[in-house]
Design a protein around this ligand. Structure first.
Ligand code: ADP
Ligand code: MG
Length: 228
């Protein structure tokens, strides 16, 4: 199991107020499993990804990711865990602007505790996402779709067990959206990497083998099955 969550409750606190945003009795993702997460804005999708990434720790519950109990780990251990085991892709602001495509991918490899393979893996990944001719270009010289393909390569550069993507197609037109999600799914499958993708787009969500739906903002969470 790459993700195994039980009895989770998560609340944001501000002053004396406490706002419960997530309640998940039991949820898991098999090793190499691919899941789409959808639901209305404000329903806790980003919060869930951040809990799985060890960026947020729930007040209650058990969060096991890649065999490690994140709810029992300190912040420094969670930072190291993330660099070693996870890839993260955001809607925007994915890339470091002052660095080329190749440098952006290499940095993710360097930050992982794993022995760097030189630039061979970074180049292979950029080639895989169709950007072998763009390795030395800066983000500002690339389209948003190309930048997201660099982000896909970068998310794989530390040889993660799990890639988290938070609305990775939110800034893309339909054609680029389909292309980026297809790349994510294919590259994750080729490498046996688990994948959690938050998406608003029904067509994208429905093409995943497993789907999770946040039914409304009031903590309803449903494992919605998925494509056969
Ligand atoms: P989604 O990604 O599904 O749009 P989020 O996980 O970002 O939803 O947010 C879930 C709820 O938690 C929303 O009501 C949001 O306003 C609230 N929230 C998010 N981040 C914070 C925070 N840092 N402090 C307080 N409330 C927050
Ligand atoms: Mg969000």
């Amino acid at each position: 199991m790459v993700v195994n969550i039980s009895d989770l409750k998560f609340s944001y606190r501000s002053g004396t107020e406490s706002l419960e945003v997530l309640r998940i009795p039991e949820w898991e993702l098999q090793d190499g499993g691919r899941v789409a997460i959808s639901g209305p804005s404000g329903s806790g999708k980003t919060t869930l990804l951040n809990i799985v990434a060890g960026l947020l720790v729930p007040g209650e519950g058990r969060v096991e990711v890649c065999g490690e109990r994140l709810d029992k780990m300190g912040e420094a251990s969670r930072d190291r865990f993330r660099a070693n085991h996870l890839g993260y892709i955001f809607q925007n602001f994915n890339l470091l602007q002052g660095f080329t495509a190749l440098e952006n991918v290499l940095l993710a490899e360097t930050f992982s505790g794993k022995k760097a393979a030189g630039s061979a893996l970074a180049k292979e990944l950029l080639d895989r996402v169709g950007l072998s001719a763009r390795m030395h270009h800066y983000p500002s010289q690339m389209s948003i779709g190309e930048q997201q393909r660099v982000a896909v390569a970068r998310a794989l550069a530390n040889k993660p067990d799990l890639v988290l993507a938070d609305e990775p197609t939110g800034s893309l037109d339909p054609k680029n959206s389909r292309e980026v999600v297809k790349l994510l799914k294919e590259t994750a499958a080729e490498r046996g990497v688990g994948l959690m993708v938050v998406t608003h787009e029904r067509e994208i969500a429905e093409a995943f083998e497993q789907q999770v739906l946040f039914l409304d903002v009031n903590k309803a969470f449903a494992d919605a099955g998925g494509a056969p």
